[in-house]
Each structure stands twice: as C-alpha cells, then as structure tokens.
Write a new protein. Structure first.
Length: 316
C-alpha cells in the first residue's frame, strides 16, 4: 500500500506495469518520460533486483503536486518479463497501489498474454489480494498490428469485467498518457477512500470541491501539452468519453440510457470501456468501444464520428 509520511506531508504510491515479455511495459514508461514535462517526472532509471543482482527493472517517478493538501508522488514500475524473473515480478506486487496489465495485441501472443494474466492473479493471491480490490487498467498495446476480431476474442478470454480498457501503440506514444491518467486517478480515489491520515488533520473526507480541484491538478500534471492541435483534440475526445463513464452521467437525448455499473444503452447492453480516439481521414474520429451484455459477454465495436462544418446561416 502507499507509504504515508505524516512528518513530510507526503504520500508515495506504486503502479506496476505488468505483462508478457516484449508487451510494451518499458515502452510505456519511456514514452511517458518523453511526453511529460520535466517538473512532473523524475529520471527514468534501471533498478537492480534485490533477488537477482544480474536482473533489473525500470522505474519512473512522477509528481502530482499537492492532492487534498498532501504532496503526492507515484512510482511507475515496468515489471521484467523474462521467464526466470517470476520471483522479482511477485516482489514488485508487494504493497502495490495500482496495476496496468499491458497486453501484446499481436495475434501470436495470445498464450503468452494469458499466462502473464494468470501469473498476476496467482502472485496477488499470495499477498491475500485480487484484482477486484486494486485499481486496475487493461491496455491493448501494438494495436496497429492487431486483428480486431482476434482482439475481441482475447478480451473475452481475459474476462476482466468492467475494467477500463485502452488501445495503444506505446512506441509512438498513442494511448500512453490516457492509460496513465486513468490508473493514477483510480489510485488517488482509492487512497482517499481509505481515509489516509493527513498531517495535522483528522481522517474525514475533504469537501467535494477539494476533490474536484485535486483531480484537475492531477490531470494537468499527467496529460502534457500536445504537440499538435489535432492530437490535442483527439486526446480531449478520449478523455471526455472516459470522464463520462467515470461519472456515470446520463447522455442527453438518449431515452433508454440510465445510470448503473456503467453507461447503459437500452435494456441489454452496457459500455464497459472506451478506447483511445484516433483520426481517420480528414474529418473523422474513430473511438473503439467495448460493450457488455446481461450474460457477462463482451464485444468490440468502433464508433466513427464525422466532423462537418455547419454552413453559415444554419448554426441556429
């Protein structure tokens, strides 16, 4: 669990990026390091394993500034994927605060992904924990190399419930900060719900406005300024969709949508998660969705939004 220092007014949390060898865990950290402002992250470094000095794993510290009156830092860790590093990976889960499961979306890695997922569940169980009580995000990496039908089948095999899902190409930076933003927000919410003691304060929750302002600060700390207006617009579209799911707000002009465990469309389908928005053509945005049915099954579809200019005189 997060380390809390009352004297230093500081919380240090740990997020582990877990996945099969070559899935893209280190690529996530390297991309985040490149995209984030220097005052929001530390140095990306390799740390020798205490169980095997010949082995190492990558660590990237990031700073969220003050959240609810206490300085908050998160340590991102890319768990080594080699087959002989089971003990090191398990040790990295000790007192973990959040997990990103990085899935290699290429068709020939299905078995490796499933083995990695099962190892994650076993390793957590050894600490008396499971994925349902830990902030947890799924990231389908190498999405540009994936067969969408094979990806849907893999998602069904993982049977991860209503966990947030993102698609990424970590080597290009696509989907990296959206994944990081979501898991970080989940970790902060979890820490707040645990009523961590703050120096000089009781354990009562902060008022709603304090949480809103801390969420805004965290968003600014993680999502760096985009390098182009188009990318900024697409990232905003993806973030807005995720915010909609987080808040479970009803959609306007959609009579059958109601609040529940997720956004519900009609009596049988629920939006489980929203993937990373991407541009297709000059005026279209593509947003992958994962839908769940009443029996617990899932399916993937792509929502394409056409952006057209309203002619003069028709803007109402």
């Amino acid at each position: 669990m997060a380390k809390v220092s009352r004297e230093a007014a500081e919380v240090n949390a740990r997020i582990v990026y877990w996945g099969a060898e070559g899935a893209g865990k280190s690529a996530n950290l390297r991309s985040a390091y490149t995209k984030m402002r220097p005052d929001h992250r530390g140095e990306l470094r390799e740390v020798p394993s205490s169980l095997d000095p010949a082995a190492s794993y990558e660590v990237l510290p990031i700073s969220l500034g003050e959240v609810a009156g206490i300085r908050t830092q998160i340590e991102l860790i890319a768990a080594p994927g080699q087959s002989d590093q089971v003990a090191t990976r398990k040790q990295l889960l000790d007192q973990v605060d959040g997990i990103v499961l990085v899935i290699d979306a290429t068709a020939d890695r299905v078995d490796a992904n499933m083995e990695s997922y099962e190892e994650l569940r076993r390793s957590l169980a050894a600490y008396g924990r499971n994925l349902t009580d830990i902030p947890f995000v799924l990231q389908y990496n190498k999405r540009d190399l994936a067969d969408p039908y094979a990806l849907e089948d893999l998602h069904r095999k993982l049977d991860s419930g209503s966990v947030a899902v993102f698609e990424s190409v970590a080597t290009e930076g696509t989907g990296v900060l959206q994944t990081l933003s979501t898991i970080s927000k989940q970790v902060i919410r979890s820490l707040r719900n645990q009523a961590l003691p703050l120096p000089g304060k009781d354990t009562a929750p902060d008022p709603p406005r304090a949480e809103a302002s801390s969420a805004e600060r965290m968003e600014a700390a993680i999502l760096d300024e985009a390098s182009s207006p188009d990318r900024a617009a697409l990232d905003a579209a993806a973030q807005s969709a995720q915010t909609l799911l987080d808040q479970q707000s009803p959609w306007p002009q959609a009579g059958e949508i109601e609040a529940g465990s997720g956004v519900r469309i009609g009596p049988d389908l629920t939006i489980v998660s929203v993937g990373h928005a991407s541009r297709c053509g000059d005026r279209s945005v593509r947003i992958p969705l994962v839908l769940g049915d009443a029996e617990g099954g899932t399916s993937t579809l792509v929502l394409t939004i056409q952006l057209d200019t309203i002619p003069d005189g028709e803007s109402g």
